[in-house]
Design a protein around this ligand. Structure first.
Ligand SMILES: Cc1cc2nc3c(=O)[nH]c(=O)nc-3n(C[C@H](O)[C@H](O)[C@H](O)COP(=O)(O)O)c2cc1C
Length: 496
């Protein structure tokens, strides 16, 4: 099958830096079209239609204006798929694109009879030609904003695929890349589906899901202008905020109140630019404070450049923390909840088959429970004590070996309490668990040694067994404390 001949008519004055064009590029990628032509109309010489109708009566099919439009018409006629890519301007097409649309008159015949839509028939055979309309707009939602666009395209080409996305300016914000990349992946999926038919209802639903909830988007959008709203609609130039304040406000705007656990005051100290702000989180909202600070619950001391790179996903926050690139003092639970508190837009993971990590965790849990149960049963039943010695020795080796593996054994037990499998990428998490796994391996070794001594001196095996288990709950308490204490201590920058 020959590749679809695609023509992109890019009506954004931003050319290929356009938000809308980012969606178009993803769509083409999804369709597997590598070879297409893009007409950046802002770089072309296309004059407005003169309304002379010469292309209908004097020179049928040919326009009297001599500019780039004649080659555009050739390309439109030759294409199998035309993608109209543009920003929404005043609830319609940007002017330059409308000029191009008007100049297509030579492609139509003048007749009106028999035209259901009240339009004019095509001069050429355009059977099989497909149209897709891809556009971003600035408001929170595309819903209700594209009525004029739809009215025009439905008359112009009948059937067409539309992808309209609100919050378009967010495609240019690196800090929100995680969410915008997700949307682009959905557009890619739409392209793959459109190639062989139509976009599925699931993909359509994802395309129609706003990037962020309305309140979050509007807070972010307002913060991004770097000016404070004054009374009424007036914006005061004198209050123009610097980049770090705008950035901090945008971060605060992402606060997801659904994950509120307690009031928090977060102090952001940007060490390289010597700026400090406080982000106050309450049940209802987040507020960025620039003076009259209160006692912070958690203080983050970081170069602004580092924090921006983390927000843009260029470096992993936990890796940067473990590497001492920034410091956290005070309540460390904030860092453990960070993704929930400021992770808007990350959809709940689809119900998929359990990952190999989850399967392994279940297996290891099973082995441990079965082992502990068997050891207890042997002790109670008064069976041969050497067997219990061997069992404890087995556990010591089993746990001890994993101290030297990429994933030490206690990771499998504690990951679920700290955000799941992704914690394996957190060096502080694995370092904490390496130490804990080693502690438990030593505990099993000591248990085994104590039981062996009891065997040699013929101590009652029930007493010996019970005695040997006493340190386990103590180590359990230590584990619960150490899991929280060590990362917080390391985050303060004192432990290396
Ligand atoms: C002159 C002008 C008019 C606009 N009119 C609207 C509008 O009516 N509705 C809307 O939601 N956004 C409107 N916007 C915002 C753009 O549609 C939005 O910024 C879009 O993402 C830009 O896309 P682009 O990068 O592809 O050009 C307007 C922007 C400009 C510059």
């Amino acid at each position: 099958m020959s590749e679809t001949k695609a023509l992109v008519i890019n009506g954004s004055p931003r050319g290929e830096n356009s938000n809308s064009y980012k969606l178009t590029a993803a769509f083409l990628e999804g369709m597997g079209i590598s070879d297409h032509e893009t007409l950046n109309i802002s770089e072309m010489n296309i004059k407005p239609c003169r309304g002379c109708f010469a292309c209908w009566n004097k020179t049928p099919g040919v326009c009297v204006i001599k500019d780039d439009m004649s080659s555009v018409l050739d390309k439109i006629m030759a294409a199998d798929l035309i993608i109209w890519s543009f920003p929404l301007y005043y609830f319609g097409l940007p002017g330059a694109l409308k000029v191009l649309v008007d100049r297509q008159l030579p492609l139509n015949l003048p007749f009106m009879t028999g035209q259901e839509s009240g339009g004019h028939p095509s001069r050429y055979d355009d059977t099989g030609k497909r149209h897709a309309v891809i556009s971003t707009c600035g408001f929170y939602t595309a819903v209700g904003n594209y009525a004029a666009v739809d009215a025009m395209f439905s008359r112009y080409c009948g059937e067409y695929l539309d992808i309209y996305c609100g919050q378009g300016e967010l495609f240019g914000v690196p800090e929100l890349k995680k969410r915008t990349d997700e949307y682009l992946a959905t557009v890619r999926q739409a392209g793959a589906e459109y190639k062989s038919g139509d976009v599925s209802p699931t993909t359509r639903a994802a395309l129609d899901t706003p990037l962020y909830p309305q309140a979050v988007f509007e807070r972010m959008a307002d913060a991004s202008w770097g000016v404070e709203p004054q009374s009424g609609d007036v914006h005061d130039e004198a209050t123009e905020a610097n980049e770090s304040l705008v950035f901090t406000r945008q971060m605060a705007a992402l606060y997801n109140t659904e994950h509120y656990d307690k009031d928090r005051v977060i102090e952001m100290r940007y060490t390289d630019i010597k700026q400090t702000y406080q982000v106050v989180l309450t049940k209802e909202k987040s507020v960025v404070v620039t003076d009259n600070f209160t006692a912070p619950d958690t203080t983050i001391e970081t170069p602004f450049t580092v924090w921006k790179s983390i927000a843009a996903g260029e470096i992993e926050g936990s890796v940067a923390l473990a590497a001492g690139q920034y410091r956290v003092t005070g309540d460390f639970t904030l860092m453990l909840k960070w993704d929930d508190l400021f992770g808007f837009g990350t959809p709940a993971p689809a119900a998929t088959a359990p990952s190999p990590f989850v399967k392994r965790a279940k297996f290891i849990n099973g082995v441990n429970i079965a082992g502990a149960g068997m050891a207890a049963a042997f002790i109670i039943s008064g069976a041969d004590g050497w067997f219990v010695v061997a069992a404890e020795l087995f556990f010591a080796v089993f746990w001890g070996v994993t101290v030297f593996l990429k994933v030490p054994l206690t990771c499998y037990f504690s990951a679920s309490s700290y955000g799941g499998e992704k914690m394996l990428k957190n060096p502080l998490f694995t370092r904490t668990n390496r130490i804990l796994t080693a502690c438990w391996a030593v505990e099993f070794l000591l248990m085994s040694a104590a039981l062996a001594v009891c065997q040699l001196y013929e101590v009652n095996s029930l007493l010996a067994g019970i005695g040997s288990y006493i340190p386990a709950p103590l180590l359990g308490i230590f584990t619960a404390w150490f899991q929280k204490w060590y990362p917080a201590k390391a985050a303060r920058g004192r432990v290396r």
